[in-house]
Ligand binder design. Structure first.
Ligand code: PLP
Length: 221
């Protein structure tokens, strides 16, 4: 499945504008800046983009330092989160998309309470078999839900899903639709669905946050 460029050419600003023009009103753009230099983030900020997704703590901390002269940006952690990075992630990110176990949620809540903050949390879900991805299966999330609701230092806002490679447009629509149904069942408003290759299907299915990297910044170095 190839990455569909958002626009054939042009600047990051032009691509952001092109995306904004076609995304539904309820769908926000999360610019995935992992693997991209701070200079490109600056370009996106100049075009009005405030929300950025990173998947490695060390890399994100370095960029946050390099961009410290800007108005504070809205940083989202979207990568696999190891227990020993939890404190760093809680300190550096306002939103965490990749909470994939009850143990991790407990740890994040304890740390957030210690740090005096309350991160926005999305649970990564696995709705189709995919050996390369982690995430709660729906039944496991339902079972953990009563305890998750007790984690007062976490602001539970939504679900995040990564589609397995190679799904048809129709299968993507079903997958994203299933994710939306599970979020509604749990009373969660945010749906982090869609990347460069499948954001159209995700937006059509009600995504509130599309996570777009290469389609915006070009391929990662
Ligand atoms: C890298 C990444 C993205 C962005 O992927 P692109 O295909 O470059 O748009 C989105 N979500 C997650 C979880 C990622 O790791």
């Amino acid at each position: 499945m190839g990455v569909e460029p958002v626009a054939e050419s042009g600047s990051i600003a032009a691509r952001i504008e092109a995306l904004r023009a076609v995304l539904p009103a309820g769908t926000q753009l999360l610019a995935v800046s992992k693997g991209q230099p701070s200079a490109l983030i600056r370009e996106a900020v100049a075009a009005g983009q405030r929300s950025f997704g990173e998947s490695r703590l060390q890399e994100a901390l370095q960029k946050q330092q390099e961009l410290a002269d800007l108005q504070p940006l809205d940083w989202h952690f979207i990568g696999r989160l190891q227990a020993n990075k939890a404190r760093g992630v809680v300190r550096a990110f306002g939103t965490i998309h990749s909470v994939d176990s009850l143990d991790l949620a407990r740890r994040l809540s304890r740390i957030a309470a210690e740090e005096g903050c309350r991160p926005r949390v999305l649970f990564q879900v696995k709705l189709r078999p995919d050996p390369s991805k982690t995430g709660f299966e729906p039944e496991a999330l339902r079972q953990a839900w009563p305890e998750l609701l007790q984690l007062a230092a976490l602001d539970l806002v939504g679900l995040m899903v990564i589609a397995p490679l190679g799904l048809s447009t129709e299968a993507l629509g079903e997958l994203f639709g299933d994710c939306g149904a599970l979020a509604r069942e749990l009373g969660l408003a945010e749906l982090s669905m869609g990347m460069s290759g499948d954001w159209r299907e995700a937006a059509a299915a009600g995504s509130t946050l599309v996570r777009i990297g290469s389609g915006l910044f070009g391929s990662r170095g």
